[in-house]
Write a new protein. Structure first.
Length: 562
């Protein structure tokens, strides 16, 4: 094979990216078909998703490739030419072109309509085929702030701030940000020292330093701050909204610098000093922490799980197509069993997490619409933290496998999107809660809220729908996970050390069961069997399974010529 035929193979690989990534996503479309959306909603949903997916591929993707490049990253402009302070962030024009497409999709504007979680999650998943792309975080933060204002704020505060967040026209829309983290602690939000002083007319003045401020260019900031005299810890935190400008001037803040980040580089994240910034409370002050975590952070955790799965999907698309075209030692690399095994592992990772966020989104949809049962609200409490943890851990692994399939080319920035996806997916692991902190939170909730039975019953119901013989392995793993979860609650030293491993297996059992429940002969069922045999079978039978290659073929069967 000569150089020009090798280049032709690469061009054929590049050309294979689907024109409509929603239409090409069979497993997602099957979830949509089986969802509880009525026919009218589903029809509108499908048209809308296809339209946005096409625009992501043709408009957002090329724009993001430009503004994520190190030569075109956002810059801080603190003063204008005549020396007045402006505290502005300047972006490459392509950034705003992509923003216009994202906002026009209604991803953010849907926050004004309770119960649009399926639409919002799927739009975000499709956007995340391009990584964070500079806009996934701003859209997520704006959705969280809009939800908090809609659900918790006093009418006058809501009417003042919410409408501009729901604007679909990017050039007129205001964007939201959420600043909790301070230098002395991100996980430990109760250590916040930012202070709020009452003005006396219902507004407050906020002062102090916020250490990680993504969407530093936002028009509205949600901040946690402690009213003077309020108790220490999380109980004393209020939740406020601060407009960026008051009468055209920066509202009592100075952007110290933009952080130079490893990933999510198209997004401006800074450090901000507040000095008497004018703020309005979002809901009762004593509920500040509950608003910040229960609405805002939980929204971000849900959408982080969704976005990380979109990145896995993209990595799989890149790697699977590459394996169909790239030749080594005279053969397409996609025929080599070890390459197929890696692809099947990537695909089952993506599919398991796709099913997980879909399950979570059903709960989000009902909670946001006010239709959720107590059982659903309890299960959501478990799933939102668990999904954020588990999906964000798996995403970089899947992307790294994709890089490996592309060989040396996988490490080259302008060869494929994979290096950027890898960096972005690692950032997703830490923001909105690090691994151990989320795991500890899940353990606390299981104990305090008595959730073990709720989780176990949900899993048993999924397993009962599966017909594959592998369901027995999942059933056994579920039983053991339940027992170990109970022990983790009763025996704190055991839990502190072992619960993370317990949760990993519990979650894998959920993913496997949900995939098996897709039914006989589906690629989902084959992926569920693979997950169960490789990760949950105590006898590790997959190593010597005579049907292992067939199962891999079945996992990959949904892809053309896989
Ligand atoms: C690119 C980027 C953008 C961000 N943007 C924002 C933003 O816009 N707004 C915002 O508020 N924050 C933002 N963050 C901050 C982010 O939410 C925090 O980094 C995160 O919550 C972790 O806090 P920390 O960095 O202070 O880590 P720490 O809390 O110092 O944790 C350090 C390590 O200790 C572990 N640890 C801590 N406590 C425990 C425990 N009890 N048990 C076991 N292990 C523990 C953690 O898991 C972690 O591994 C951003 C972060 C990044 C990377």
């Amino acid at each position: 094979m000569d150089a020009s035929s090798a280049r032709r193979d690469l061009e054929a690989w590049r050309a294979e990216f689907p024109v409509d990534p929603f239409a090409a996503d069979g497993p997602l479309r099957r979830l949509v078909e089986r969802s509880e959306m009525d026919d009218e909603r589903r029809r509108l949903f499908e048209t809308r998703m296809s339209g946005f997916a096409r625009r992501v591929a043709t408009e957002v993707g090329p724009a993001a490739a430009r503004y994520e490049h190190r030569a075109h990253l956002p810059e801080l402009v603190r003063y204008e030419g005549f020396g007045s302070r402006v505290e502005r962030v300047e972006f490459d024009p392509a950034y705003h072109d992509a923003g216009a497409v994202v906002w026009d999709s209604g991803l953010v504007a849907d926050s004004g309509t309770p119960g649009r979680a399926y639409e919002q999650a799927t739009l975000l998943y499709l956007l995340s085929l391009e990584g964070e792309a500079g806009h996934a975080c701003p859209a997520t933060c704006t959705i969280g702030l809009a939800r908090a204002l809609r659900r918790r704020a006093a009418t006058a505060v809501r009417d003042r701030f919410l409408p501009a967040l729901l604007e679909r026209d990017y050039s007129r829309a205001e964007r939201g940000a959420q600043f909790l983290t301070e230098v002395q602690g991100g996980s430990d939000v109760g250590a916040n020292t930012c202070e709020a002083v009452a003005v006396g007319d219902g507004t407050w003045r906020v002062s102090g330093e916020k250490w990680f401020c993504s969407v530093a260019d936002a028009d509205q900031f949600l901040v946690t701050a402690r009213p003077v005299g309020a108790p220490e810890g999380t109980a004393g935190l209020g939740c406020f909204v601060l407009p960026r400008r008051i009468e055209g001037e920066p509202n009592g803040f100075a952007l110290r610098r933009l952080k130079e980040k490893f990933g999510t580089r198209g997004l401006a994240s800074g450090e901000i000093d507040f000095d008497g910034a004018l703020a309005w409370p979002i809901g009762p002050l004593e509920d500040g922490f509950r608003t910040a975590v229960g609405i805002v952070l939980n929204t971000s955790r849900w959408l982080t799980a969704v976005g990380a799965t979109g990145m896995m999907r993209r990595a799989y698309l890149e790697a699977a197509a590459y394996a169909r075209h790239r030749r080594a030692f005279g053969r397409r690399i996609g025929v080599y069993p070890a390459v197929r095994a890696t692809l099947a592992s990537m695909k089952s990772g993506w599919l398991g997490n796709l099913h997980l966020w879909w399950l979570l989104t059903l709960l989000e949809d009902r909670i946001d619409a006010g239709n959720a049962t107590d059982e659903e609200a309890a299960f959501h409490r478990f799933l939102v933290n668990t999904a954020k943890y588990a999906v964000s851990v798996r995403a970089p692994q899947v992307v790294r496998d994709g890089i490996e399939i592309l060989g040396g080319n996988g490490t080259i920035e302008d060869f494929s999107i994979l290096p950027r996806l890898y960096r972005d997916s690692i950032v997703y692991e830490s923001w909105e809660g690090t691994h151990n902190v989320l795991v500890a939170q899940v353990l606390r909730d299981l104990g305090h809220l008595e959730l073990v039975g709720v989780v176990a019953d949900r899993l048993d119901a999924l397993i009962a729908r599966a017909t594959s013989p592998t369901a027995a392995i999942v059933g056994q793993a579920a039983k053991e996970a339940r027992a170990h979860a109970e022990r983790s609650i009763d025996d704190p030293p055991f839990g502190a050390l072992h619960f993370r491993g317990v949760l990993d297996r519990w979650l894998l059992a959920f993913q496997a069961a949900s995939l098996l429940a897709a039914g006989p002969g589906t690629e989902e069922e084959a992926a569920g069997e693979l997950l169960a045999l490789q990760h949950l079978d105590p006898e590790h039978r997959s190593a010597a399974d005579p049907h292992h290659a067939e199962r891999i073929d079945a996992v990959l069967a949904g892809d053309a010529d896989a």
